[in-house]
Design a protein around this ligand. Structure first.
Ligand SMILES: [Zn+2]
Ligand SMILES: [Zn+2]
Length: 779
């Protein structure tokens, strides 16, 4: 009889493979395929597997490794090497060896898995009605980890020693979901919920009863703060106008949309239109808020997302949220972040009682500490493609693998609005969680803390790091970067805002170091190299340099920052290039726009002086142009949250018709640079207003500016160009992207951000790449 040849391989897997039940899974499939050997953790982001047996079994094992891996694991790189068999007689999980790779990946949070939820809903299970059930495949990680490696004693679960039953499961390698699962607990040994009134007096201290009472209080119209995974939420009914109005008053948030949480996909489908992409995002382990088209006859109060045709919905990501929603009649609730306006979300009871006591009637708290603050992530669909508005819980601090290797660490601080920082180390860029608008002390502190957390855990020596900031001289992030550079006596580099926007997407798609792409960067504000405000740029971009080949025509921005708040100012600024003062006044009166200036006619006169005589500052920005159109059409006359005039204009255009306009007459070549004449376009829109409906004008305008930018891209395209990258806060606009797509066709491949936000939350990634390449910090 012929003896079967024994073969052996060593497999190294890099990615999110620790703290996610990977080793028991490997143990199970190895024994299933009759293989001998071992599996062990190496470093913090790597698993080593040695298997020997017959070839077919090894091949099947490798197939299962890829196809049946635990749902929360993420395989980023695999190395397989054939080696000599060593005569193992069994398969074992062996102890981790000393760290080979120095980087320990900090795992992100995972939403509750279906098995844990089943246990919570099963009256016979010992986890029945237990709000904190989790396993190796699910549960919080980043938000409760003090430091790497991910072991229980390094997390907030250190306060909850395992009971006998849990310990038994923790030490059983046959227990697929609980063996060495660092975060597990049960009603006997785990965290507990308590319901408090707004003065801190205990109303109910038994977890499930506290949940049921909370649901009842919400049903009665109360607003309740709920301590969750990455911070506090504020929960209340989404179907009662009175309640939503009260929440808006207390939160000082007149129109910014509130997020909803729905019990399951079926409930969510009554609120928003669900296709395959939306469904898979909603049910993914990350459980982000997904912004999708609102359903007709949606039962949600109009006050939840005024003037918008979309709603942001997420599904419960803990048993606590599920059990709470289950107890409500609607099966969905407003679940908005628990913070005072503009500040970070509260993570401790102390913060919550200090800062949001005036907003809520009750507090549902628990006794597990939140170590790292993380807001709910937000994703919206643009032309069917998911794009981050906010990258946080569930996704951070996953790293991006770059196409290069850094000689020394790099720390970047991002820009200003919806900000995040990042660090670059070895071949990775690791963005911080979403920080928010860094225009106040609290958020700047949050940014510092988030960066220091990464610096500490990735063992970065700041003394030998390069620090990177935005070129804008007045951004608080820039002074923070300068303080850091001074303190550690290290080098600092400044990166142009829109260059960083495009480079961030280049990293996202691993564009090689010597390749040039065409970039369209569209947003509200970015400091330009000529000192003007940029924000509608066509650029030829490499990591180390860029050339501006086209932009919107400069116009005065009367009152600077004030114009951002009152869009009529931008309208007057743009029209001042083509109309006389008297004509502008007539337009303002005809379309009832003076009410968009708080001090009325008196203010109008000042604005006219700023536009016609001061003529400063100068802007060339998609944001300000969309603001102007939004004001002209009467859609939005006051901005109360970032991008409001543009976002409501986009929503308003729904069901509009495309008007037949030849956009090319708005494009001119001036001193080797293409200029889009937005002033002429805007004054022509005035003529159209007498003839066509406003929705069609809104739709057509947005498509046209997309087309115009794309025409410039094609004019500057040479044979080596493969990609057109779209980025910046306005790159999520459905109609602008449509306009770009119409003109580009298949002449270039269009790339939109996919793992980082299009807005300034993605800037830090681009800053690192640019600074690294041009300072020769790449190996
Ligand atoms: Zn689970
Ligand atoms: Zn237990």
């Amino acid at each position: 009889m012929c003896k079967v040849m024994v073969k052996a391989v060593i497999i190294r897997i890099i990615g999110l493979v620790q703290g996610v039940g990977f080793r028991p899974f490997v143990y199970r499939i190895a024994t299933l395929h009759n293989l001998r050997g071992y599996v062990r953790n190496l470093g913090g982001a790597e698993v080593e597997i040695f298997v020997e047996g017959n070839e077919e079994d090894i091949n099947n094992f490798i197939k299962d490794l890829r196809e049946k891996k635990p749902p929360s694991s993420l395989i980023q790189e695999v190395y397989i090497e054939e080696v000599k068999p060593r005569g193992y007689t069994s398969f074992k999980i062996v102890k981790s060896t000393r760290t080979k790779s120095k980087l320990s990946m900090i795992p992100p949070d995972f939403g509750i898995c279906k098995y844990c939820l089943e246990e919570v809903l099963n009256p016979k299970s010992r986890w029945y009605h237990y709000p904190f059930n989790s396993c190796a495949w699910c549960g919080p990680r980043f938000t409760m980890i003090y430091r790497v490696p991910y072991d229980r004693e390094n997390t907030a679960m250190v306060d909850f020693p395992l009971c006998e039953d849990c310990l038994k499961e923790y030490t059983d390698p046959n227990n697929l979901r609980r063996f060495h699962a660092q975060g597990i607990s049960c009603p006997k040994c785990g965290p507990k919920l308590t319901l408090l009134d707004k003065n801190g007096s205990v109303i109910e201290s038994e977890s499930y009863k506290a949940l049921c009472k909370t649901a009842k209080l919400i049903e009665e119209g109360n607003i309740v703060a709920i301590k969750g995974v990455g911070g506090f939420h504020i929960a209340c009914l989404a179907t009662n106008d009175e309640v939503v109005r009260e929440l808006r008053i207390r939160k000082k948030r007149p129109t910014k949309p509130f997020a909803l949480m729905a019990l399951n996909l079926e409930v969510a489908s009554k609120l928003i239109e669900i296709n395959n992409i939306v469904a898979s995002l909603l049910t993914s382990i990350q459980k982000p808020i997904v912004v999708a088209k609102k359903r007709e006859n949606c039962p949600v109060s109009e006050l939840v997302a005024p003037n918008l045709d979309t709603l942001g919905v997420m599904l419960p990501y803990t048993a606590m949220h599920y059990l709470l929603l289950e107890q409500t009649k609607d099966k969905f609730l407003i679940m908005t972040s628990g913070n005072p306006k503009g500040e970070p979300i509260c993570i401790s009871e102390e913060e919550a009682f200090n800062k949001i006591k005036g907003i809520v009637d009750y507090f549902l708290i628990h006794n597990r500490k939140i170590i790292n603050r993380a807001d709910d992530s937000v994703i919206r669909l643009t032309r069917g493609k998911p794009i981050f508005l906010r990258r946080s819980r569930g996704y951070v601090p996953l790293w991006l693998i770059t196409p290069f290797k850094f000689k020394k660490p790099i720390i970047s601080v991002g820009a200003m609005l919806s900000n995040a920082g990042a660090i670059g180390v070895e071949k990775y860029i690791i963005p911080t969680q979403y920080v928010g608008d860094v225009d106040n002390y609290e958020n700047l502190k949050f940014l510092e803390k988030s960066l220091y957390y990464l610096i500490l855990n990735y063992k970065i020596n700041i003394n030998e790091s390069l620090i990177v900031a935005d070129k804008h001289p007045l951004y608080p992030t820039r002074s923070f970067a300068e303080r850091l550079a001074n303190k550690y006596n290290t080098k600092i580099d400044y990166v142009q805002h829109h260059h960083a926007h495009i480079a961030s997407v280049m990293v996202d798609y691993k564009i090689p170091i010597d390749e040039e792409v065409i970039g369209i960067a569209i947003d509200g504000v970015g400091f330009g190299d000529d000192g003007n405000i940029w924000g509608a740029e066509v650029l030829l971009v490499k990591y180390n340099e860029y050339k501006r080949v086209g932009h919107f025509k400069y116009h005065p921005l009367p009152g600077g920052d004030l114009a951002v708040e009152y869009p009529v100012r931008s309208l007057i600024g743009i029209l001042s290039l083509v109309l006389s003062e008297d004509e502008v006044v007539r337009v303002c009166k005809k379309y009832n726009l003076i009410k968009g200036l708080p001090k009325g006619e008196r203010e109008l006169n000042i604005v006219l002086k700023q536009a016609y005589f001061l003529k400063k500052p100068l802007a060339s920005s998609m944001g300000r142009f969309l603001d102007a159109v939004s004001a002209l059409l009467g859609v939005c006359l006051k901005r109360t949250y970032e991008g409001e005039p543009a976002i409501t204009l986009e929503a308003f255009a729904r069901n509009g018709k495309l008007l037949d306009i030849d956009e090319k007459e708005y494009l001119k070549l001036d001193n080797d640079i293409y200029i889009i004449d937005t002033a002429k376009l805007l004054s022509d829109l005035l003529q159209l207003l007498d003839e066509f409906d406003k929705k069609s004008i809104a739709l057509t305008t947005q498509i046209i500016v997309g087309r115009l930018l794309a025409h410039i891209a094609l004019k500057c395209k040479n044979r080596s160009h493969r990609y057109l990258i779209l980025s910046g806060g306005a790159a999520v606009n459905e109609y602008i992207v449509k306009g770009v797509e119409e003109v580009i066709g298949d002449k270039l491949e269009i790339l939109l951000p996919r793992s980082i936000p299009a807005n300034d939350g993605g800037i830090a990634v681009g800053q690192i790449a640019i600074a690294a390449v041009r300072n020769s910090m790449i190996e």
